[in-house]
Ligand binder design. Sequence first.
Ligand code: ADP
Ligand code: MG
Length: 509
Amino acid sequence: MSSVYANYPPALSPEQQQFLVTETKDWAIQNGLAVRPAPTAYADPNRSLATNAPVTLFPSPFPKLCFEEAQALQTIYNQLYARITCNEEWLGKIIQELTDVDDFVANLWKTHLTVKEEGYVQSLSLGLYRSDYMAHVTSDAPPALKQVEFNTISSSFGGLSALVGKLHNHLISSTAGLPSYPPHPLLQSGTVPTNNTVETLAGGLATAHKAYGSSKSSPELPLCVLFIVQDGERNVFDQLALVKQLTEHHKIPVFRVTSNKILDQSSISTSNPSRPLVFTPAHSSSSAFEVTTVYLRAYYSPDEYTSSRDWEARRHLERSAAIKCPSVLNQLAGCKKIQQVLAEPTGPDHLSSFLKDIDPALISRLRDTFAPQYDISAAGQGRDLALNSKTAMDHVLKPQREGGGNNIYKSEIPEFLRTIPEADWKGWVLMELINPAGSAANVALRNDGEVLRGNVISELGIYGTILWDTKGDILHNDQGGWLLRTKGKEVNEGGVAAGFSSLDSPLLF
Ligand code: ADP
Ligand code: MG
């Protein structure tokens, strides 16, 4: 492994680095590889500024076999999470163990139960997923693919990651006939794979839109897809890449609405038992569209639910006839606790039960992507590992949260656990740290123009999309596209939006 990374990336003179930085900044804005800056960063009262997304100047070496394995497993992972979502009894048993220690999970579960009591009117469900991995390195074996987590809600950066590969390929090929990078064998022999994330994710949304069928309103209304987004979202251009593909390629009307405006701009008629969700765009109050598919780029974090009105809006969407991406149950299936239960080495073989029709050899390859994970409740195996300051160093402690910044790492684990009531420990899972190759280096251009150089570790995400009905029939199951996020070796957390990582692309070797 180490020889692959030797002297990578090639050294840059100040002039060469300045050239790459300028080229990257300009290319990023010209092609939409952009984010809005943090509101505190600049005087921008009207929120009109945009800057390059944090991005590496070079692609990062990533083992080709691990990359291909992640792609090969994605549609099976899609099926696994669709089937978990269909098995309310299995899922509910695990979730109900969490409801007394986790208000957020409890409120999601309650939302499901309330809608269930009234009766769901939509049997289709859409998943746009991203399975995240690192290439785990040990001294005596080739790098192995290990899963960091599986995302079932708001899997982001598909729109921008497709552009990063294009940027790096542009820099590899040349600028004005001259090579942009100093020569390095990896840049000659490695390849940055093509990235069809936008086609895959928009394809999933378009399939759901079509499967919805005709309008259920009388008189019939034109149909649309609705993105639910966060107020003040900075990652807008990532979302707009999907909007563009849906409108221009699939010819589907798309609207984006902030979660705090859902109840103002959409309604469900009390007199129509089919409960179509009718949306009125703010800029055209005489227009009405029926929503076929609700795509959540919001609602994954408790701080987005500031009052009971937010929960009311979530329930409103859930009880509507629109296909949800994801449904509340599918969101809950993405809890870290579920991933820990699936990874349990002893006890019932959940994977084989959920994937009865899948070749056992493939199931075992899927199982090989699990890193050891432990329950730290009183009965759990992980308690000693978490409390012992020596073994804690090899672990990360995770709550049932998404979006970055929630985990507790290494030496802080024992101390943290002592600050919370023991009864709450069951809300957390302990996971062994994956050991990614850390001897690679890269140079990152942050979104404030700062340039950082250092040893890095990379996390690969593979996108998948699946449409199924509650009986378990799968109507569409697809994988395609990737995300590589790279961060300083010494940084525990990940996440581009959270400010820890930069967008990158894999240089497969
Ligand atoms: P979130 O839902 O907040 O994204 P993750 O499980 O992805 O939570 O953890 C956040 C970050 O922490 C990851 O992007 C990764 O950098 C790091 N991390 C999480 N689990 C592991 C692990 N088992 N080994 C190494 N790093 C990890
Ligand atoms: Mg993550």
